[in-house]
Design a protein around this ligand. Structure first.
Ligand SMILES: Cc1cc2nc3c(=O)[nH]c(=O)nc-3n(C[C@H](O)[C@H](O)[C@H](O)COP(=O)(O)O)c2cc1C
Length: 323
């Protein structure tokens, strides 16, 4: 299970960072794969309101870290953690920039009608701190978080907020926080305990990606769907993205990954090879199954991809029936 933490304070080692690190460390101890992004250290430019995302599904700003890194990680995440100090009753400007740019993910769902396969099971967590004690201190942020999590396809399930936290070191002095974090992380057990199924093909550009997308969408509550390649391509096949979109599934922002890296992070319970059984490394303790997909020769590239997509969808439906 992958948890992405977005650290929104410009203070790299301030109160918000301490709270987020405590949360991520507790989750890692229970077996989660975690990553913290120090948002203020990234090159992320503000939304320019061009509506390109609403028309085409992609942000017109293509050369910054939001496009190169953050969209993909938001999509990969099973849990998205938004961590921020309160600045004028809301997130810091740096984090608000990320929030505004998530409009692309909102547009893919609400304007283009595409389904993010992670949406049914992804969780959203808000961690926030502020200096004052006012009753309404987190109201603005809670509302912004609610709509951000809807845009990125996450259920806003947890909010840990702390008042009277001002100077660096104040968060460390709050002894109740550790218990709050441990309780919150214990709530992730169902996601952590899912059966882990790894789909493997040669380049992780189309077949294993499609299998993981269908599995995640149809059975994400009980199966953690992973995919990898023996020799990963530089990017996923655009024809795969296109034919998945034709069936309503959003396979954008996915990246081919090397099998060794995926296994090192998350040892699978089951491995399904798709035409690469001979080259697949031995994976201790995992049940192995080979899917001998039918030959789509003689069809156009799109037709062949649709044929394989439909075959994979049927096999995934049979597979998940067993769990
Ligand atoms: C520009 C700015 C605006 C702030 N606005 C608020 C505010 O509206 N309410 C509040 O309680 N604290 C406010 N604070 C205080 C911070 O939320 C507080 O110091 C927090 O602990 C900083 O967390 P950090 O160490 O993670 O940066 C503000 C601080 C700054 C620098």
């Amino acid at each position: 299970m992958f948890i992405l933490g977005l650290q929104g304070s410009p203070r790299k080692a301030g109160n918000t960072n301490h709270l987020l690190e405590t949360y991520l460390a507790a989750a890692a101890q229970r077996g989660a794969v975690t990553e913290r992004i120090q948002v203020a250290q990234k090159d992320i430019r503000p939304c320019i309101g061009c509506t390109n995302c609403e028309r085409k599904g992609f942000c017109s700003i293509r050369d910054d870290d939001m496009t190169k890194e953050v969209y993909g990680k938001l999509r990969r995440a099973d849990v998205v953690v938004l961590a921020t100090p309160i600045y004028f009753y809301n997130a810091t400007a740096q984090l608000k920039t990320v929030i505004d740019r998530s409009q692309t993910l909102w547009a893919r769902k609400y304007k283009l009608g595409l389904t993010d396969p992670g949406r049914p099971d992804r969780k959203g967590v808000l961690l926030a701190v502020g200096a004052t004690k006012g009753k309404n201190l987190f109201e603005g942020m809670n509302l912004t978080a609610k709509y951000f999590f809807d845009a990125v396809g996450a259920d806003f399930s947890t909010s840990l907020t702390y008042r009277h936290i001002e100077d660096i070191g104040d968060m460390e002095k709050n002894t109740a926080m550790i218990d709050d974090v441990n309780r919150a992380v214990a709530g992730l057990s169902p996601l952590l305990e899912r059966e882990k199924i790894l789909f493997v093909c040669r380049d992780n550009a189309s077949r294993s990606q499609m299998a993981a997308v269908f599995t995640q969408y149809l059975a994400g509550a009980k199966i953690e769907a992973l995919s990898a390649g023996i020799s990963p391509a530089a990017k996923v096949d655009p024809v795969m993205e296109q034919v998945m979109a034709e069936s309503g599934m959003d396979a954008a922002f996915r990246r081919p990954r090397l099998i060794d890296d995926v296994i090192a992070e998350t040892p699978p319970d089951m491995v399904i090879t798709m035409g690469c059984a001979d080259d697949c490394p031995e994976i201790k303790g995992a049940q192995i199954e080979e899917w001998d997909l039918p030959d789509a020769a003689g069809r156009s590239e799109e037709e062949a991809m649709r044929y394989v997509r439909d075959e994979i969808e049927q096999r995934v439906k049979r597979l998940i029936g067993k769990f």
